[in-house]
Design a protein around this ligand. Sequence first.
Ligand code: ATP
Ligand code: MG
Length: 238
Amino acid sequence: MVIKSGIPGLDEILGGGIPARTINLVCGPAGSAKTLFGMQFLLGGAKNGEKGIYITLEESRSNIERAMNNYRFNLLEYQKNNNILIMDLGAMRKEALSKDIEKGMANFSSISKVIKNIQKLTNAKRCVVDSITALGLYYSNVEELRRELFVFATELKEMDMTSLLISEAPDGSNSLTRYGIEQFVCDSFIVLGLEDVKGELRRTIMVRKMRFAKHDTTKHPIVITPDGIAVQAETKIF
Ligand SMILES: Nc1ncnc2c1ncn2[C@@H]1O[C@H](COP(=O)(O)OP(=O)(O)OP(=O)(O)O)[C@@H](O)[C@H]1O
Ligand SMILES: [Mg+2]
C-alpha cells in the first residue's frame, strides 16, 4: 500500500506514492525547503483525516508556524482540530539542560519514547522529525550513531506510521548526508538540491532510493508557490 506524499508531482516520480509504514529520509542543504516538504507531507495526510506529528528539534514551533503562514495551508485549522501536532522538543531539551535534568533528553531513544506516547494518544499515521542531524551530536562515533538510528527507525516502524526523517546536507561538500550513514538505515532517500545556475538558485529533487517501488531516478525541478512546493515531474534536469 502507498500513501500520498502531499507534494504535487512527487507521487508521479515515486511510482504512485510513499510505501506505507516506511522510514523516509529527506536530505538537503540549508534553505532547500526541507521543513516545507515535511509539513506538506503531514498536510497531505491531514486533509484526509490522518493525524500527523511534527517533531522539531532546532527551529522553534513559532518560527515554523510563522514560515508556514506564508502559504495557503490553513495550518492553524489543522492544529486546532488536532490533526497536526507540532512538538517543540528543542525547547524541552533547552529547559532540561537549564534545569540540569538530563543530557539524554535529546537522543534517539528518548525521542522515540515521546513519539510512541503521542502516537498512542492520537493514533497518528504520519510523523516528521526535523532534523535528525542535531541528534548525531550526542554520539561519540558513527558506528554508535548508526546503531541508534537503526533502532529508532525500527521502533518507528512498529508504531504503524509512515515517517519522514529530515537530515541536513553539508553545504559545498560532495557527501549527501552529514554522517554518511543515514541513507543506509532508511527505506528511501530523497535529495533536495539548491544549485547556482548563472547566479540564480535552482531548486531540484532526486529520489535516490525507494525500497519496494520502481521510481524515477532523474533529477527534477521544484518550484515554490503560495501553495508550497511542487515537483515538475515532466521536466528532467541533466
Ligand atoms: N513565500 C515564499 N515563496 C517562495 N519561496 C519561499 C517563501 N518563503 C520561503 N521561501 C524559500 O523557502 C526556503 C526555506 O524553506 P525551508 O525552511 O523549508 O528550508 P529548510 O531546508 O528547512 O531550511 P533550513 O536548512 O534552514 O532548515 C527559503 O530559503 C526561501 O528561499
Ligand atoms: Mg528547516
